[in-house]
Unconditional design. Structure first.
Length: 413
């Protein structure tokens, strides 16, 4: 049963561009989803199984490694355990999420698959225990999920080390997440969205001189040149989303809502001085929310900027509504500091194009320069919200809508 040769192929997702370059996943550009799309098992069996008929007890496990320069998170799960007849083509009918919206800021993502025959009844009982939904969580980078994943990973790896290594089917793929697009990213090991097809050629078709365009997926069954593939194979669907949107359970989201709700005190404020104090308290809470968002590993940096901008715009809009303010509000130094976090103008302009462009122009800054807050503080010609933050926030809202995402910050539900 061991796979002596595993060949890997790529097919673009249905409706996607046919070129690898347009499907390459670039660093810090969005979020990656990985789904176990389909699994097929084929074994001719040993002599006795061929002669008298027989069955294999098999277990399938996947491992996903999320690797950055400073850490490596590994998630291993038992995806399926079952008994299958030998000398038959057997589709497991299995689809499961392996990773959900993990940010594309890693250096590489590695996918490993392992299938083994279980010969020990006690070992099968352990595999059956781990073949449960609560032990099959997709990888997310939220701390609670990572902690659970690491515990399950150690259990599964111990199980496979106890099984017969000669009975294992193994295949792996390592995808580098690069900052620069390439004409042929797959040949250079770069992560690319689409279908990743892993086929064992130890039994069945050797798949030599393959034309990848002739692969076709009909439901959860793989065809090549209009014929059903009768090899052991596994197909992953690697997809990509540019935005993640809100997370109502995140501490930063709750802090932003606290800042927005704090403005309700304006309705009973006795004078303008008290109103100013309430607004400044909300800005302080917004800055605290920014610190919590900066620590959230589940978001890419550019979307963090967009969320910060939208949050302060929401605070400003509510303040203007409660105070009947019609003149454009000035963006204070504290707001600029909380928004830019000392980053270079190049990074700011990538995340907030209009804000970055107008700040650069007003302060005469080069793209690689950091924003000089003292210079902004002393300028007599400060920018207003409708000049630098409002337009970028509106663009973010529109992009969320295009991607069928909502952002309920400050909304009554």
């Amino acid at each position: 049963m061991s796979i002596l040769g595993t060949k890997k192929f790529w097919k673009p997702a249905q409706g996607a561009s046919l070129t690898q370059k347009e499907n390459q996943i670039l660093k810090n550009s969005g979020y990656i989803n990985i789904q176990l799309h389909c699994v097929n098992y084929m074994s001719v069996g040993n002599f006795w199984q061929k002669t008298f008929g027989g069955k294999d007890k098999i277990a399938l496990a996947t491992t996903l490694k999320y690797q950055t320069g400073v850490e490596s998170i590994e998630a291993t799960s038992v995806q399926d355990v079952r008994v299958v007849k030998t000398d038959q083509n057997y589709n497991l009918g299995l689809q499961r999420n392996i990773a959900v919206k993990i940010p594309a800021n890693a250096d590489a993502i590695t996918i490993d698959v392992k299938m083994t025959a279980i010969k020990d009844d006690k070992l099968q009982a352990k595999f059956d225990m781990l073949n449960q939904p609560e032990y099959q969580s997709a990888l997310e980078l939220a701390p609670a999920v990572v902690g659970q994943v690491l515990t399950i990973t150690s259990l599964v790896k111990k199980l496979f080390s106890d099984s017969d290594p000669q009975s294992q089917l193994e295949a792996g793929y390592a995808g580098i997440i690069s900052s620069q697009p390439e004409a042929h990213p797959l040949s250079n090991g770069k992560l690319t969205r689409g279908y990743l097809i892993m086929i064992s050629t130890n039994e069945g078709d050797p798949f030599n001189n393959v034309d990848e365009s002739k692969f076709e997926l009909k439901g959860d069954t793989l065809f090549y040149n209009k014929k059903q593939v009768e090899n052991t194979y596994i197909v992953f669907n690697i997809s990509f989303e540019p935005l993640k949107g809100e997370n109502e359970n995140a501490n930063w989201f709750k802090k932003y809502n606290e800042a927005i709700n704090n403005l309700d005190k304006i309705q009973v404020a006795p004078d303008d001085e008290e109103i100013d104090r309430i607004y400044n308290d909300s800005v302080t809470m917004w800055i605290q929310g920014n610190a919590l968002l900066d620590a959230d590993a589940t978001y890419i940096s550019t979307e963090k900027f967009k969320i910060k901008g939208l949050a302060i715009k929401t605070i400003k809009d509510k303040f203007a509504e409660l105070t009947n303010t019609t003149t454009p509000m000035v963006v204070t130094t504290d707001v600029i500091k909380g928004l830019t976090a000392g980053k270079s103008m190049k990074i700011i302009q990538e995340a907030l194009p209009l804000t970055g462009k107008r700040l650069r122009k007003r302060l005469n800054l080069k793209p690689d320069h950091k924003l000089d807050l003292s210079e902004y503080e002393h300028t007599t010609n400060k920018l207003t919200f409708n000049e630098i933050i409002d337009d970028d926030s509106d663009s973010y809202i529109k992009a969320l809508q295009v991607n069928h995402l909502d952002f309920k910050l400050g909304k009554k539900v």
